[in-house]
Design a protein around this ligand. Structure first.
Ligand code: HEM
Ligand code: HEM
Length: 195
């Protein structure tokens, strides 16, 4: 019998993955817009912040779910280094899924412009207390921008490794790792061929 992640974990995995990829695209697009298109830019920034806070919430739920539910075991043929790499990547993802939105939230809190964040045009979202009162707001905001961007690119880098690993398991090792996270595909009988 092939183990799988629970339906909730699978749902959260794909929803968060989709949102994050969209958020990176939106972040790069909106920051590249010229100032003449200020109202569009402002709307997109609000949308980016709204979905970003959504990712933060979903990721916290997912982390709690993960800490309270056992994941499927990895196939027996995987060498120790590969198990370590898989686990390290997964925990780094959790760190980034929470760290990226937090750095964004800290950045807007430190901004000298003190712009409001209204989630989906409906919910007033507060600034983070510490960052909204720092002495040199401009410098702190600039530093947090760098951190936000760097973490987002770090996430993209990990994503390439993560997808490559999932495809390698499926098409080269021909084991069930990808099926752990797929809601619909029929799992394979064997847990993978030896390398
Ligand atoms: C998973 C969640 C998030 C991802 C993947 C993400 C990704 C990005 C990326 C790739 C950029 C463009 C960076 C650049 O080229 O300068 C960006 C910019 C930005 N993000 Fe996020 N972000 C996320 C969450 C948030 C949150 C929660 C907030 C605030 C509440 C936020 C606020 C901003 C702002 C204000 C900018 C524009 C910075 C500037 O003007 O240079 N982000 N984000
Ligand atoms: C930004 C996008 C993504 C993020 C943040 C992400 C994050 C994660 C995390 C944190 C886990 C570990 C689950 C756990 O044990 O708690 C995981 C597992 C997994 N992900 Fe992703 N993922 C993303 C995109 C993808 C994509 C595009 C694929 C498909 C090619 C994929 C395939 C998998 C598979 C197969 C597993 C299960 C691995 C196992 O059983 O050990 N992920 N992902």
């Amino acid at each position: 019998m092939t183990e799988r992640y629970s339906t909730i974990a699978i749902l959260l995995h794909w929803l968060i993955a989709l949102l994050i990829v969209g958020m990176v695209g939106m972040g790069l697009y909106m920051t590249g817009l010229p100032d003449e298109r200020m109202s569009e830019k402002f709307e997109l920034y609000q949308l980016h912040k709204s979905f970003g806070v959504t990712v933060l919430f979903l990721s916290l739920v997912r982390l709690i779910w993960r800490l309270t539910h056992k994941p499927p075991s990895l196939p027996g043929h995987m060498p120790d280094w590969e198990r370590f790499a898989a686990k390290a990547t997964h925990w780094a993802f959790y760190g980034l899924m929470i760290g990226i939105p937090l750095s964004g939230w800290a950045m807007v809190s430190a901004s000298p412009w003190n712009l409001p964040t209204v989630l989906f045009g409906a919910i007033d979202w507060p600034h983070l207390p510490y960052f909204s009162t720092v002495a040199d707001k401009k410098a702190v905001e600039g530093m947090l921008k760098e951190v936000h961007e760097l973490l987002a690119f770090g996430m993209l880098f990990l994503l390439v490794l993560h997808v490559a690993a999932a495809l390698k398991h499926h098409f080269i090792n021909r084991d069930n790792v990808l099926c752990h996270m797929l809601p619909v595909v029929k799992p394979r009988e064997e847990s993978g061929k030896k390398q």
